[in-house]
Design a protein around this ligand. Structure first.
Ligand code: CMC
Length: 392
């Protein structure tokens, strides 16, 4: 009833109030709970930032230690969960495995199905943060046909994930501290981004009072799309395609500008940023750092630099305020770390998890929350009489 406005894609419509993340897209500013992303990326660990997002305060050393300890003891999956991984086909996309496994968690923690039970919400948050890296590593192991390892709780969060992913029972695996540090920092950069597609999905599902596991699984599915988290994989596919076709960056850009069907400059553009994505600036630096440690430079990095250079000086991109976003350089780093392209979006999900949890908790405790239920403008047929099947 009343006045309904059309806002396809929610370009101008706020769905909630939130005190978690601040973005000024025109100025290229991003802050979590008031803290500039640059300072957090430089100084804070991923678990510190997770605590900050969820509890609205930087943890004291004691609080951080307690938080990390709680996460540490929950890294194991219920043993039955392992059967899930053996049942999926070898070539299953790891994002599909991830969302299925997150949904499956709710079958093991049925006490946690009531979103109003604060103690259960707290333990579910801890379980998700603890178990997502284990699930992600298993999704990778599934694809390469290796045995599923157990977590090693003596290891820090990111090291444990890297060891489960790349280690083998047959040999000693030492995590490269430089890689662990960069991955931890990338998780920080991905940890929240206010009402993006996956976070809005988490909130929408949660607004029906669905439980935290169900809401997060829906977020993982939303993130898998190539216009959202899937863009990091799509960027690498694009760079590889340009390389295969002889490295002609200019003609690729021309195809983008001509709006050839399905040809976009992946990793460019953003609904909110009309300026350089502050995360992209940090990632670009990290990519240069990471790739400079490699014996052989990655020719894809050269192609990426060239693409960025052309795009930033071309009127098509300038007039539309299209700048590199967080996904433009991340894939190159993940590739250099040894991750296959299919895993890139899983890494995004690991990073985004605390943001989803914080946003879900903010929503479920906000007395103003109502079930999300958009309106529509109907454009279908006017009333018409039913025609029996024999007369059609
Ligand atoms: N390449 C070429 N043209 C583009 C691109 C691009 N990447 N992005 C936008 N445009 C053009 C678009 O065609 C439109 O042109 P016109 O005005 O002539 O019709 C104009 O710029 C405005 O774009 P839009 O599609 O209306 O913008 P949107 O806010 O609906 O979409 C976006 C935002 C991120 C989905 C889009 O920029 C895009 O598809 N980018 C590529 C995919 C990508 O990198 N996604 C990751 C986003 S950041 C991290 C995340 O959310 O996961």
């Amino acid at each position: 009833t009343g006045f309904v406005t059309l806002d396809t894609g929610f370009v101008n419509t706020a769905s909630c109030t939130s005190a978690i993340t601040y973005i000024d897209g025109e100025a290229g500013i991003l802050r979590y709970r008031g803290y500039p992303i640059e300072q957090l990326a430089e100084n804070a660990s991923f678990l510190e930032v997770s605590y900050l997002l969820i509890h609205d305060a930087l943890p004291t050393p004691a609080q951080l230690a307690e938080f990390a300890d709680k996460i540490r003891v929950h890294t194991l999956l219920q043993e039955e969960m392992r059967t899930f991984f053996s049942a999926f086909p070898r070539d299953a996309h790891p994002m599909s495995v991830l969302s299925s496994a997150v949904t499956a968690l709710s079958t093991f923690y049925q006490d946690a199905l009531d979103p109003a039970d604060e103690d259960q919400v707290e333990i579910s948050s801890i379980r998700l943060l603890a178990k997502l890296p284990t699930i992600a590593a298993y999704a990778y192991k599934k694809g390469v046909g290796h045995p599923l390892p157990y977590p090693d709780n003596s290891q820090p969060y990111v090291d444990n994930f890297l060891r489960m992913t790349f280690g083998l029972p047959t040999e000693q695996y030492d995590v490269d501290p430089r890689i662990a540090k960069i991955l931890d920092m990338l998780f920080v950069l991905h940890a929240d981004h206010e009402q993006n597609c996956s976070t809005s999905t988490v909130r929408l599902v949660g607004s029906a009072q669905a439980n935290l596991f169900a809401s997060i699984a829906a977020g993982v599915d939303a993130l898998s799309g190539p216009l959202h988290g899937g863009a990091n994989a799509a960027v690498l596919d694009m760079l590889e395609q340009i390389k295969r076709e002889g490295g002609d960056v200019d003609s690729f850009v021309t195809r983008v500008k001509n709006k050839e069907k399905g040809v976009k400059l992946m990793g460019f553009g953003h609904r909110v940023y009309k300026n350089y994505d502050p995360r992209a600036a940090i990632v670009k630096k990290a990519a240069q750092e990471m790739l400079s440690t490699m014996d052989k430079p990655d020719p894809l990095l050269e192609i990426a630099f060239r693409l960025e250079e052309i795009a930033l000086s071309d009127d098509y991109f300038v007039s539309r305020k299209l700048y590199p976003n967080v996904d433009f350089y991340t894939g190159l780093i993940y590739k250099a770390m040894g991750f296959p392209t299919k895993m890139f979006t899983v890494l995004f999900a690991l990073g985004r998890l605390p943001g989803w949890i914080a946003q879900w908790r903010e929503m479920t405790t906000d007395p103003a929350t109502k079930i999300g239920r958009p309106r529509q403008l109907y454009t279908g047929a006017a009333e018409r009489p039913f025609v029996p099947i024999g007369q059609r």
